[in-house]
Write a protein that binds this ligand. Structure first.
Ligand SMILES: CC(C)=CCC/C(C)=C/CC/C(C)=C/CC/C(C)=C/COC[C@@H](COP(=O)(O)O)OC/C=C(\C)CC/C=C(\C)CC/C=C(\C)CCC=C(C)C
Ligand code: CTP
Ligand code: MG
Length: 171
């Protein structure tokens, strides 16, 4: 594989995680996952930015993306079942990573929506790749490329979402 095709397959692999991470901005809202409860430090466990609807909607949308990917490139996956399981794990992993990131931000007393460089852009990615690892993985070079390029794409996507009025801050 040439480096460009290797890079494009890496993006194809991670796409469900990208969709899962972006979807809550559009489908989220309603009851927060922590139910408004506070941690022992008196701060919110996760905060109002992490909702059940965002979490479940993101996992569902990411998983549907995996089904579409299987239809488009069946030979990239062993079977439809593998593609769906992979997309589910990438999406679930991405959103669990997002929750862990918010948990850490709240412990450092950062308010909802406050940027945490590194955590915001890479937490979901690392968690998604870890959850998906047992089903299907990519080479370490491909992982490194995603770790370097995802912050740029994440920032561009957030800036776009801000300009569209979907997000109140450009990060
Ligand atoms: C069907 C429904 C209801 C929703 C679809 C969701 C959707 C629009 C998915 C787009 C998926 C995608 C490929 C996203 C980009 C990758 C990515 C990692 C985005 C991270 O999302 C950040 C998100 C939440 O922020 P958080 O991490 O702090 O929780 O912000 C939301 C952003 C969007 C909803 C906007 C989605 C953006 C676009 C469709 C435009 C994307 C533009 C680029 C990727 C620019 C590309 C530039 C370069 C340099 C390659
Ligand atoms: N599980 C989730 C994740 C995100 N969102 C929605 O998507 C927005 C942007 O997500 P994110 O940037 O991850 O949350 P922040 O508001 O920045 O909160 P935090 O500081 O905890 O990261 C949130 O405000 C919320 O409206 C949601 O409803 N449910
Ligand atoms: Mg944020």
């Amino acid at each position: 594989m040439g480096w460009l095709s290797s890079l494009l397959w890496a993006f194809w692999y991670i796409l469900p995680a990208y969709f899962a991470n972006a979807s809550p901005v559009l489908v989220g809202g309603g009851r927060p996952i922590d139910g408004g409860r506070k941690w022992r430090d008196g701060k919110r466990i996760l905060g109002d930015g992490k909702t059940w609807r965002g979490f479940i909607g993101g996992v569902l949308i990411g998983t549907v993306v995996g089904i579409l990917q299987y239809v488009l490139t069946p030979s990239f996956y062993g079977s439809l079942g593998e593609a769906v399981l992979l997309a589910f794990l990438l999406s679930f992993g991405a959103l669990v990573g997002d929750l862990v990131g918010s948990f850490i931000k709240r412990r450092f007393d950062l308010p909802r929506g406050y940027p945490a460089v590194g955590l915001d852009q890479l937490g979901f990615l690392i968690s998604a790749m870890a959850f998906a690892y047992p089903v299907k993985t990519i080479s370490s070079g491909q992982m490194l490329a995603l770790l370097i390029l995802t912050p740029l794409i994440h920032w561009s996507a957030n800036y776009f979402a801000y300009k569209m009025g979907w997000k109140s801050v450009p990060w």
